[in-house]
Design a protein around this ligand. Structure first.
Ligand code: PGA
Length: 260
């Protein structure tokens, strides 16, 4: 796992966007895994800027989102469909037929989840999966206790996640209790994982993910099992790391390493 600590949220977002842009420049028809939440907003804004000012092209790109709330229609302002269209898809030149987001309103969740898994494979698998981390250490909505081999499925959200997400809803009772989410096993099949985290309220989960044991109690710790995982942190998200000096040392020495 490569751990990169940057002074600010803006620098972290720009560095993460560079990874995505490099992927699109080498493979214009790449498959991207998309995440929602406050954290990736800066990354999406930077990709939109690159599209407008540098011609970064999304016409051949396919995207798969990690998750969606159960019960929210795509036009609901708190749905992840709405979030993605408002904050990213409508601002770049994606082909609408290449956008996949789990359905929160299907009549058959099991068959929808099976289809979603199949569709990822049929599209060639995910090249770069963008991830955030929950304060409980989740990736996507894989709450503590989720199997590290889990696939796309319906999940009951943890109380702490419902509380974290209440800020987006009018009243806490409006926050959905269930979500449809890619599994940890689904996420681990992406060729590169790109996790971003910002702020002090993520510091404990980030330390558990990087320096703790691999455990379903912190599903983000499954990144330790992945051969190509990059974690971008801002200073406050990195504040509980014990090996901080080592990560900075590795980053400083990387440009001089022999080319592999
Ligand atoms: P956040 O959510 O970016 O809104 O903090 C991250 C997550 O729960 O994965």
């Amino acid at each position: 796992m490569e751990v990169v600590i940057l002074p600010t949220y803006e620098e972290m977002s720009r560095a993460a966007a560079e990874v995505v842009a490099d992927q699109l420049n080498t493979k214009p028809n790449a498959v991207l895994g998309m995440a929602t939440g406050s954290t990736p907003l800066g990354l999406y804004q930077e990709l939109v800027r690159m599209h407008r000012e540098e011609g970064l092209d999304f016409t051949q790109v396919t995207t798969f989102n990690l998750d969606e709330y159960v019960g929210l229609r795509p036009e609901h302002r708190q749905s992840y469909h709405y979030f993605m269209h408002e904050n990213f898809f409508k601002l770049v030149n994606m082909s609408p037929g290449n956008i996949y987001i789990p359905s929160g309103t299907t009549s058959n969740y099991r068959s929808f989840c099976d289809w979603y898994e199949r569709r990822i494979k049929e599209c060639g698998g995910i090249d770069v999966q963008i991830l955030g981390i929950g304060s409980d250490g989740h990736i996507a909505f894989n709450e503590p206790g989720s199997s590290l081999t889990s696939r796309t499925r319906l999940k009951t959200l943890a109380k702490s996640t419902i509380d974290d997400n209440a800020r987006f809803f009018e009243t806490p009772s409006d926050v959905p209790i269930y979500a449809i989410t890619m599994g940890v096993g689904t996420i681990l099949e992406a060729r590169t994982l790109l996790l971003i985290a910002s702020g002090k309220n993520k510091a404990q989960a980030v330390a558990a993910m990087i320096e703790g044991p691999v455990t379903s109690m912190t599903t983000a710790s499954a990144l330790q099992l992945h051969p190509s995982a990059i974690v971008f942190l801002d200073e406050s998200a990195a504040s509980d790391l014990k090996m901080r000096d080592y990560y900075d040392w590795v980053r400083k020495k990387k440009p001089d390493a022999p080319q592999v």
